[in-house]
Design a protein around this ligand. Sequence first.
Ligand SMILES: NC(=O)C1=CN([C@@H]2O[C@H](COP(=O)(O)OP(=O)(O)OC[C@H]3O[C@@H](n4cnc5c(N)ncnc54)[C@H](OP(=O)(O)O)[C@@H]3O)[C@@H](O)[C@H]2O)C=CC1
Ligand SMILES: Nc1nc(=O)c2c([nH]1)NC[C@@H]1CN(c3ccc(C(=O)N[C@@H](CCC(=O)O)C(=O)O)cc3)C=[N+]21
Ligand SMILES: [Mg+2]
Length: 287
Amino acid sequence: MTAKILDGKAIAEELRNSIKDEVERQVAQGNKRPGLAVIMVGEDPASQVYVRNKKLACEKAGFKDVSEVLPASTSQEEVLALIDKLNADDDVHGIIVQLPVPDHINPEEIIERIHPCKDVDGFHPYNVGRLATRMPQLMPCTPHGVMTMLAKTGIPLRGLNAVVVGASNIVGVPMMLELLNERATVTICHSATKDLAEQVGRADLVVVGVGIPNMVKGDWIKDGAIVIDVGINRMDDGKLCGDVEYDVAKEKASWITPVPGGVGPMTIATLLENTMKVAYQLDCKLK
Ligand SMILES: NC(=O)C1=CN([C@@H]2O[C@H](COP(=O)(O)OP(=O)(O)OC[C@H]3O[C@@H](n4cnc5c(N)ncnc54)[C@H](OP(=O)(O)O)[C@@H]3O)[C@@H](O)[C@H]2O)C=CC1
Ligand SMILES: Nc1nc(=O)c2c([nH]1)NC[C@@H]1CN(c3ccc(C(=O)N[C@@H](CCC(=O)O)C(=O)O)cc3)C=[N+]21
Ligand SMILES: [Mg+2]
């Protein structure tokens, strides 16, 4: 079987266009444009690309971009003070702190300082707890973007054997929770998993987010499985590659995401979606 391509780039563009239309409708009714603050501490080269993509997507969708780039020498207290200011600013609906942060910054304390109703990355323990108790509020952009891509393609998840490879707070764990909430039977694998090939080989749906190029071999994939590759690895020649051995896997899978052009663009579109939700829908019950 040769896989059909899950075209994240096209689905994300469609989503961003519908977000843009909704923003213009809201603005015509006298409401504010959604405001997104992306805080970047230091100049991690990979982060610069993502921050640039986010700013561009913001502008194209008619959002207000209130991003801040802080020098790498910025202290923990200074970042916390900036978050306090943005939490109190009615023009700012979403706040994210680009990860990774420099070593002297404690990311957990920063994430917990963001008001849960402005936490458009969905990383605050409050939002993680809401997702884990099946009362989702703001969901992490990468896994939720994967769910949107599957839903828009009409792929049903109920009862599928889903295997998630990678168990980070950003990707694997919220992916596991989202799939569980759709009643897939979920297995999650990580660095201590004994026989990864065997686990992947049982999967009707496999989602991989590890950060090792081509680590999931194409011949592990079950015939007809759905393959979602979250990995983004920059190779020596400057090209991007995923965590799945794409050329082999695509001959076994029924659906597969490319890298680039798969999950990455969905992450950014979902960030806009979350920010718009805060601006126009979310009824925040917290002080
Ligand atoms: N497309 C997108 O929008 C996004 C892409 N990414 C990409 O996804 C990848 C993962 O990112 P992130 O989650 O932040 O990475 P982390 O480094 O935070 O987590 C990696 C996970 O992979 C697990 N792991 C490491 N080695 C193995 C192994 N040999 N076998 C099985 N599991 C293993 C780790 O296990 P353990 O828990 O035991 O340490 C950990 O759970 C990266 O390539 C990143 O660039 C990330 C975010 C968004
Ligand atoms: N607080 C925080 N939230 C994040 O969501 C977050 C983060 N920190 N740190 C880094 C990771 C990574 N990430 C990506 C976003 C977009 C693309 C993306 O647009 N990818 C394009 C290509 C981009 C390119 O050309 O480099 C694609 O796959 O087609 C990829 C990866 C979000 N992350
Ligand atoms: Mg990480």
